[in-house]
Design a binder for this molecule. Sequence first.
Ligand code: XMP
Length: 600
Amino acid sequence: MKHQIAILDFGSQYTHLIARRIRQLGVLAKIFMPDDNLSEIGEVKGIILSGGPQTVGDESSVKYNQEIFGLDIPVLGLCYGQQLIAHHFGGEVMPGKTSEYSLANMSVINQSPLLTGLINKEKVWMSHTDSVVKVPADFSILGKTDTCPVVAMANEKEKIYGLQFHPEVTHTEHGMKIIENFVLDICGCEQNWSMEQYWQELQENVKKQVGDNNVFLLVSGGVDSTVCFALLEKILGKERVFGLHIDNGFMRLNESEWVKKALAKAGFDDLTVIDATADFLAAAKDVTDPEKKREIIGRTFLEVKNKVMTQRDMKADDWMLAQGTIYPDTIESGATKHADKIKTHHNRVQEVLDLMKMNKLVEPLAELYKDEVREIGRQLDLPAELLERHPFPGPGLAIRTLCSPNAEKVGDENKLEEKIRAAIDSKYQASVLPVKSVGVQGDNRTYHHPVALQGVLDWSALHDLSVEITNNFKEVNRAVYLVGPEDIDLDDIKSSEGYLDKARLDLLRRADDIVMEGVQVAGIYQDIWQFPVVLAPLGLEGGEAIILRPIESQEAMTVNFYQMEEEILRGLTKKLLAVPGIDLVFYDITNKPPGTVEWE
Ligand code: XMP
């Protein structure tokens, strides 16, 4: 199957998502590096320039092949891509004073084939700091917002277009329509790609790649590894696939037992289960840094796997490692050339990359997103109880247990807290919390302090406050709302020392179980895409805090925080505060970007 659209990857977190959206239209798009030769890119009907974490015109900015603008085919630049087009043709790009990571209302001021079918006020998703302030000659402005003068621009004669926002993320209400306008109408692509065809190609590719090897697969029991297990057994036969479930001590309450039973019920009676809690706890004993934690856990998975292979006399030469890696695991681990590393997913540690180089790694789902993996699972007749589970990360509760070597202090050089308090609605109290979490802002990784807010539970007001604070204060990447106890003084919250030990993990397991049961009973489990419950070493009387992070999403690349019914939330909070050792309950009110789903 030949690709009809080339996407040049300037390092956006969403580059692959653009390709995915175009596939949804039945058109194959392929990703290239910006400096690739035209001969590598091949004959295509259109080119898309992705976003990226850099600033155009900077010495260090990514070099691109300027010949793409002489090909006489349509070009669409997204975010950084639009800024690059403006810069290339003599327009002006300015670094913004503040960053914008939120929905914006675009006013359409000029009609264009790119915007056919759109209304005059469009909800679009922005994630940027720099902006085009003057379009080049022969370009017209198609859309603007109150804060951004050039949200969409075009040179209709040459069919060169730019959008400051991201049409590829689901938050942009008519993003898919814009992509369709570009790919089908402006570029004139044929709709000749299908999922069935992809599924056929996938089976052939796996057979070819695996050859005579057997495959060793780590099965957590989550959607991706379970689908991968089913798929490999279908393609290669049960006897060539060894599935191992490792209880790493970071699983949910009684989860390993559940996984074994549920998989057996679905016909996978050949899953081996071992308890390696001691290995993992020993390896991560003194670690507080999230990236180190992730690396150590990823490595320990492989050490345990190697131990099992030795015990069972399995010869390394005869076996490949299979993983249920999906695309977000790859992009967030900074695997494409210009992308920033947001976090190292457990299946992307150096040892795994080494296996990849030796062609000893097979990852049949690595191109796909969670909803596509679920679709393949349905084609394989896997039961809903396995396919509809919330996603759960490989490092499990380890990356939901925040650790701290000592009581941390917030650096208040610039009196951040006072500035925030002065800037926001005085109905809310605000405090910068002395812990940190990972975020993604304008395609870059951040590791910053969250702000805690206290006041009335009004989701709409809290949403706007969260966006206001994270857009205006670069030192903050997340906001949380104090659900209970309601009558405390935020200034009384203190951080304490805390590591990855069994007692803290057990406390989190108990809290997580209360929450999971609560959302099942309330009938909202399926409305929530994923629900991390986080333990933070923050308390009043030497106890800890629980942070609830339910989200809505389609593929975890962009996320809205879930707005829970107050009665359900109050009920959960009451139960959580009744657990000895839990002093505080917060609710994460951050979208992604600027926060990631997981805190670490
Ligand atoms: P973030 O936190 O980066 O998460 O917004 C996006 C999605 O990826 C999951 N996640 C992981 N999954 N291994 C995994 O298998 C990992 O190391 C890992 N880290 C994050 C996360 O739960 C969310 O669904």
